[in-house]
Design a protein around this ligand. Structure first.
Ligand code: NAD
Length: 307
């Protein structure tokens, strides 16, 4: 029963999988759906990250396919309705990289508050300017979360431990949730999260409802020096509106781990913005999370294929 892997797993495939199944790994396959169809004619399982477009056409072209494994969490690159229609199971690494993303978000907040790499280069170049290196404290600031699932919850707990007030918008989180009861996370409306927060961190999945959840209207409500952190998906924030906002509000700042187009073009105007920090969709990637993700997804694929 062949397993076709179209993107890098970032962790060695365990021997028990390769001895039980024929495994075809080609980490460039994601860019060539026709090639996936030709090598995957007998595939029972397809393993992807976020770059492979698993659309209806591809799914219908793989006649034996029984399971799609997603090495990560967001399922926006997979046509879930087509999977349901064709009886194909989708397994994902739910929760496996949530700690990694949560720690990345806290790192962004510290990066903005203390900019240690700038202090380091000043000191190395002989600029002993303690006033220029004056940071600010996270303690007492307000963090606004948009989406409080596996990742948002971990960010909330860490932020509360650092003395931040945490407010959150998630219409599906109950007031009886332990975050509200035990960690004093305050549930509120999206507009209030935008208005009241010093830091805003986005943790919703990309769906038809959340696409462009944050537009010029929400950005206009933000404090002039608010810091926006997006580790979720590029499409959730309207990038044109964000570009205008960052240009017109030089005191504002954004951390973007995810973009509408990845990787961004060489002439992407965002690259010239000084009040922006960019990373290449790595918030969820650590040595620990890569192991958890690979093990869980391959285990689940085995469970499906073994019936
Ligand atoms: P999750 O499903 O556990 O949580 C998502 C939360 O969003 C849920 O609590 C849900 O109620 C809430 N939500 C859904 N629609 C909403 C809406 N319209 N408004 C407000 N809240 C809404 O997901 P998660 O594991 O926390 O991951 C969130 C997203 O982060 C993923 O879908 C993925 O796109 C992204 N992600 C990125 C990386 C990375 O490396 N950058 C890694 C992992 C996940």
């Amino acid at each position: 029963m062949p397993i076709v892997i179209t993107e890098d797993v970032w962790w060695p495939i365990p021997d028990w999988i390769t001895s039980k199944y024929e495994v075809l790994q080609d980490f460039t396959l994601w860019s060539n759906p026709e090639h996936i169809v030709s090598v995957g004619a007998n595939a029972d399982a397809l393993v992807v990250r976020n770059r492979t477009k698993v659309d209806r056409l591809l799914l219908e072209s793989l006649p034996r396919l029984r399971v799609v494994g997603r090495l990560g969490v967001g399922l926006d690159n997979i046509d879930l309705q087509a999977c349901r229609d064709l009886g194909i199971v989708v397994v994902a690494a739910k929760g496996c990289n949530a700690n990694a993303v949560a720690e990345y978000v806290i790192a962004c907040m510290f990066q903005h508050a203390r900019f240690l790499s700038v202090c380091d280069s000043c000191t190395r170049t002989g600029v002993w300017d303690r006033q220029k290196c004056m940071g600010r404290e996270l303690n007492g600031k307000t963090l606004g979360l948009i989406g409080v699932g596996d990742i948002g919850q971990r960010v909330a707990v860490r932020a509360r431990a650092l003395g931040l007030r945490v407010i959150a918008y998630d219409p599906f989180l109950l007031k009886s949730h332990m975050l509200v009861q035990d960690f004093a996370v305050e549930l509120t409306r999206l507009q209030l999260v935008c208005q009241m927060s010093d830091y805003i961190s986005v943790h919703v999945p990309l769906t038809a409802t959340t696409r462009h959840l944050i537009t010029e209207n929400e950005l206009a409500l933000c404090k002039k020096d608010a810091v926006l952190i997006n580790t979720s998906r590029g499409g959730i924030i309207n990038e044109n509106a964000l570009f205008t906002h960052l240009t017109k509000q030089p005191e504002s700042f954004a951390f973007l781990d995810v973009r509408e187009k990845e990787p961004s073009a060489a002439d992407d105007p965002f690259l010239l913005l000084p009040n922006l920090f960019l990373t290449p969709h790595i918030a969820g990637i650590t040595h620990e999370s890569s192991q958890r993700v690979a093990e869980l997804v391959l285990d689940d694929i085995d469970r499906v294929l073994s019936g």
